[in-house]
Design a protein around this ligand. Structure first.
Ligand code: GGG
Length: 353
């Protein structure tokens, strides 16, 4: 028998380390919201990652991407294992997903939250980092030469295309048009001779077309500005590598990497988008049950927004942040909650709404 309940198919990849610990509470929260808001999620469990690699010498099945192509989204925990090269784990799972599904925007919100102490004191900020996600410095072009000799060398090429830069800049500009009207663009066009001046030119063109101001800032000065004046930042657009670094910095300034979510978006919705905490597998705390579930739950809220369930997303955000405001937190934020304790507080709030 079929019913008319809106059903979403989501591929679930807990992955490695603390990913396996923070994804179940995110799923429980989405299921609870589905009951209240009249939607359902068909979770397709994908036990892919480093354990799969040990058994099969690959991070996911050869047809793994095909298996997910008809889904409405992907929720991922973390990728990385201390005994397997990061190049194998990342390039065997997360990066192929981002590329095949043209998830060219990696949207990383970062803001100070009530109850969370920032290492820079009381300065409140609220920014959106728009990271280019499928090209740039993350490239397969290059190689190692003359290995084992005194002439040993490594070459790594960056790839910036007009299409790639303009589409991510346009996403950032349209986001800024609804916010401060300015995009801050991370560059290094004084030292990087070809790609960064190209990036600057295109971001300027797109900014003018979209009617927003463009503030180009050298990445070194921008890193300092993140620490000294984060409140002066709203929408930041950056290349793959710069965006990755800046978003970890922003998360640390907001209080912890454990609270930073991200959405790997295919804005045209031709392919599934992927939602994940910014943090990795954290092998130093994996298996102890102390990981912070906030980032994974917030990422699930971003997924609900993308699916068109905005009111459920707002409810989830409110429930995830509320315990923090009452001084309830996990170890990374100075509290004593386990992952399970903190998740129970969130789920209790969702039940009360
Ligand atoms: N939560 C996803 C994860 O495990 N990320 C690990 C990582 O190193 N990502 C690198 C990247 O986003 O480029």
């Amino acid at each position: 028998m079929t019913d008319n309940v809106q059903t979403y198919t989501i591929d679930l990849i807990p992955g490695d380390g603390i990913g396996i610990e923070v994804i179940p509470p995110a799923v429980a929260a989405v299921n609870a919201l589905g009951d209240a808001h009249g939607f359902r999620v068909n979770w397709r469990e994908r036990p892919w990652g480093s354990a799969f690699y040990r058994a099969h010498h690959m991070m996911m099945p050869a047809d793994g991407l095909d298996q997910m192509a008809d889904g409405d989204g992907i929720l991922l925990g973390a990728v990385g294992d201390p005994d397997i090269a990061d190049t194998v784990t990342l390039w065997g799972l997360l990066i192929p997903i981002r590329r095949r599904f043209q998830q060219y925007v990696n949207l990383r919100p970062s803001r100070t939250l009530p109850g969370v102490r920032s290492p820079i004191g009381d300065t409140a900020f609220d920014m959106m980092i728009v990271r280019e996600n499928v090209e740039g410095e993350y490239s397969e072009i290059g190689g190692r030469f003359n290995q084992g000799t005194r002439e040993e060398a490594a070459v790594q090429e960056s790839v910036f295309t007009r299409r790639g830069v303009s589409r991510v800049a346009r996403f950032a500009a349209r986001l800024a048009a609804d916010r401060s009207g300015t995009i801050v663009s991370a560059t290094k066009s004084n030292g990087i001779l070809h790609t960064m001046p190209f990036w600057d030119e295109i971001v300027d063109e797109v900014g003018a077309e979209e009617g927003v101001a463009v503030d180009k800032v050298l990445i070194d000065a921008l890193a300092a500005r993140f620490v000294l004046r984060p409140q002066s930042l709203d929408v930041v657009v950056a290349s793959n590598l710069f965006g990755d670094i800046l978003s970890d910095l922003a998360a640390a300034l907001a209080g912890s990497l454990g609270i930073a979510p991200s959405a790997n978006l295919n804005p045209e919705r031709e392919h599934p988008s992927l939602f994940e905490p910014v943090h990795g597998s954290a092998p130093d705390i994996a298996g102890q049950g102390v990981a912070n579930p906030v980032a994974a739950m917030w990422a699930a809220a971003m997924m609900l927004d993308h699916l068109g369930q905005a009111s459920a997303a707002r409810e989830l955000e409110a429930a995830v942040f509320a315990p923090l405001a009452q001084g309830i937190s996990t170890r990374d934020l100075g509290g004593d909650c386990t992952t399970e304790d903190y998740s129970a507080h969130v789920l209790e709030r969702l039940r009360r709404v």
